[in-house]
Design a protein around this ligand. Structure first.
Ligand code: FPP
Length: 241
């Protein structure tokens, strides 16, 4: 159930999630780390449903970073196959719920072709949906995104005085993605880890101790409650004062 106090108050338009703690969740149960990622699927789906309950329009999750290639090859292989199988298993359900699936990140040679095919298929199937846009940051790095935006600007031949914050925003992977209002990181770590660096300039950050596989929509509601208690100032003075 949605806590009644959340219903009428400010609902974030865009929520970002750093889904951290899968490995520790598994280790605590003497399971291989990959079992923690598998258990993270339920958490991700419940978070999507929580966003639909709250009528959040944009959810962006960090599924695989440009630095995650440094993990043991077995874990990397698992995460690639897992992304593919998750898309196959869940895309119809997400499509029926009106979720548009999108990917953000580098489509480089390291991502297997079969995974890219499933990513394209899920994007195409759900392209017309607008209830919630679920952006999966996959082979994503915030610095890499800024580098790629600057390369795009150079290719477009912009003059120095045309290079504005707006121009950079328009050359990011998805120019229509609003800046997140709220970013949640689970597992008790207080870091951003290269997630949406450009876009989080004024986001409210909420850090929670829950390990990602245990995260459910109730935790999302709790994070939104904390967000609603914050006063956003954007470098100015508080809203409503
Ligand atoms: C961080 O936990 C989590 C990840 C690197 C992957 C997150 C992915 C999912 C939740 C599932 C969806 C994924 C795909 C690919 C569709 P960690 O391994 O860093 O945990 P630890 O900090 O406890 O070691």
């Amino acid at each position: 159930m949605i806590p009644p106090e959340l219903q009428d108050a400010r609902i974030p338009e865009h929520i970002g999630c750093v889904m951290d703690g899968n490995g520790r969740w598994a280790q605590r149960r003497s399971l291989p780390r990959t079992q923690g990622h598998a258990a993270g699927e339920e958490a991700l789906l419940d978070t999507v449903y929580g966003c639909l309950d709250l009528e959040v329009r944009w959810l962006t999750v960090f599924a695989f970073s440009t630095e995650n290639w440094r993990r043991p090859p077995d874990e990397v292989r698992f995460l690639m196959n897992f992304n593919r199988s998750l898309l196959k298993r869940r895309r119809d359900e997400l499509n029926e719920m009106g979720v548009r699936i999108r990917f953000s990140g580098r489509r480089d040679w390291r991502v297997p072709r079969s995974v890219l095919r499933e990513m394209d298929a899920a994007e195409e199937m759900t392209a017309g949906n607008r209830t919630l846009t679920l952006t999966m940051a996959f082979n994503y790095g915030g610095r890499a995104e800024i580098v790629d935006a600057v390369r795009g600007i150079a290719r477009a031949g912009l003059k120095p005085n045309q290079i504005t914050e707006r121009a950079i925003s328009q050359h990011l992977y998805h120019a229509d993605l609003p800046d997140p209002d709220l970013v949640i990181r689970t597992s008790g770590e207080y870091r951003i880890s290269n997630f949406l660096l450009w876009q989080i300039a004024y986001s409210e950050l909420v850090f929670m101790d829950t390990l990602w596989p245990d995260f459910r929509r109730e935790h999302l509601f709790e994070a939104v409650r904390i967000y609603q208690g914050r006063r956003r100032r954007y470098g100015g003075i508080a809203e409503g004062s």
